[in-house]
Design a protein around this ligand. Sequence first.
Ligand SMILES: Nc1ncnc2c1ncn2[C@@H]1O[C@H](COP(=O)(O)OP(=O)(O)O)[C@@H](O)[C@H]1O
Ligand SMILES: O=COP(=O)(O)O
Ligand SMILES: [Mg+2]
Length: 567
Amino acid sequence: MSSEPETDYEIAKSVEEQPIWEVTEPFGLDKDDLELYGDYKAKISQDAIDELLEGDTEDGDVILVTGMTPTPMGEGKTVTTVGLGQALNQIGEDAMIAIREPSLGPVFGIKGGAAGGGWSQVLPMEDINLHFTGDIHALTAAHNLISAMLDAHISKGNELNIDSRSVAWPRAVDHNDRALRQTIVGAGDSAGVTRMDEHVLTAASELMAILCLAEDIEDLKERISRIIVAYDEDGEPVTAGDIEAAGATAILLRDALRPNIVQTIEGTPALVHGGPFANIAHGTNSLLADYVGKKMGDYLVTEAGFGSALGGEKFMDVVSQLGDIEPSAIVLVASVRALKYHGLDMWPFEGEEVLQEEDVDAVEAGFENLDKHVSNLRQFGLPVTISINRFPSDTDAEIEAVREHYQDMDGVQVAESTVFGEGGEGGVELAEKVTDAVENYDGGFEPLYDLDASLKEKIETVATQIYGADGVNYVGSAEDDIAQLEEMGMDDVPVVLSKTFHSLSDDPAKKGAPEGWTLDVRELYPSAGAGFVVALTGDVMTMPGLPARPAAADMDIDADGTISGLF
Ligand SMILES: Nc1ncnc2c1ncn2[C@@H]1O[C@H](COP(=O)(O)OP(=O)(O)O)[C@@H](O)[C@H]1O
Ligand SMILES: O=COP(=O)(O)O
Ligand SMILES: [Mg+2]
């Protein structure tokens, strides 16, 4: 290792971690409240969760970190969440953070880990990016138990008269493996029914969403039993409860339901729990982690995936209406590289090198995208602070251009953040501006739609007011799906729109703030256990694929267990 640690892994290994109970103690959790997984990782015990949630401690303020439409590399929401949490503690506040658990898919794929980076990471990063406390493995096992019980039912008498062509429950795996997108199961099993099947990434499993929304074991089991796994010959839904899978599935998730707690590089307590992506699911960590976090701290900094039109919108229209949580302030992460990516209208993505050359004109041309995210977020009645996440190649002229463009804009403030390179110290301006915004917040938060609006009204509200579409085309099975959902009484729930994260529109090639287009919704299906409806647009993959040379190709481990290539 060179004198100065350089990679995320080297920086993480250069830090002396504290025993996790010493990190949580000042925030009200002592060693007896934790179920230790070694000295640096723990789950919070059910008794401690119950005590926190039933206690009369006032909830802290929730700061939601979202972002502009990102390059495929990501623009630093997780880094900013960790860095801002550290910065708030540096300025004397009691702040917690809550983030999602990384999936092995992107870790070994393109994007790499999701434990932050530089001097704003959660530790132990290699555990968190790999097996952590086993929650995602438990989810995968639980998901596939339902699949196995469903196929056993179909091939052993099929008492429920399931139409094997209408199975609605895929299999799951926690890898980006395009070869598993469409599969044939039951081949060669003489008693079995050979049928088409598919695999989703575990992050896209409805069980992941359920784990992130369930409040206790009873709620978990009840949600699982509501999962629609297939339809019978009369088109009636068949649930996981109908095939008697709810109890066993809940057993497999018993421990996974409890939030994990670790620490940041600077010793800020970090809840890491659940991992739905925001393009194919609702995109934020578990409600239980949020509930515990806002009891433990005066501030809870949490992130929602991809750009604000995906994770941000879903946090405020879906999560805040399904759970007891709402933000008091928004941090909108912007980067010079993403502004240039939009300003240069770059698609397909040509790599970060092109975006590292100084180009103030391209930065200014990219404001179209960031302006749209600002105006979108202001519709929710929340104060917005733009955090310019400074990368090493950014120049003062580029940063100044961003500051100038937003410093006099109504309803928004701007701060430069160097938390990647400097940890909490690099986020003091951001922390001071965000706490100021929270203090002056008038409590005007409102989701964009009421739950009693029709499914079409909800979809059209998001499409026109957030994505910038002129309207919505219902193609494929969408109209029939809506009719069936209304008949099932699944129309008074939030809608999770599944859409590309590369654009505000449903066309990944369109950068900036596309106008004069219509959103195509091609299919809708119920997530009856999670309590929302998913609407599919474009050709978003619930099973991403690996590139020809994935990040995994550069990973290695040496004789003493030192890992390289994990970032
Ligand atoms: N200011 C920065 N300088 C250098 N690298 C950064 C910076 N911010 C983020 N990164 C890196 O960019 C990638 C995306 O950051 P991340 O916080 O995961 O983004 P997001 O959560 O928005 O997807 C990670 O590899 C991270 O380490
Ligand atoms: O769901 C996506 O999350 P990130 O934007 O943090 O990668
Ligand atoms: Mg992230």
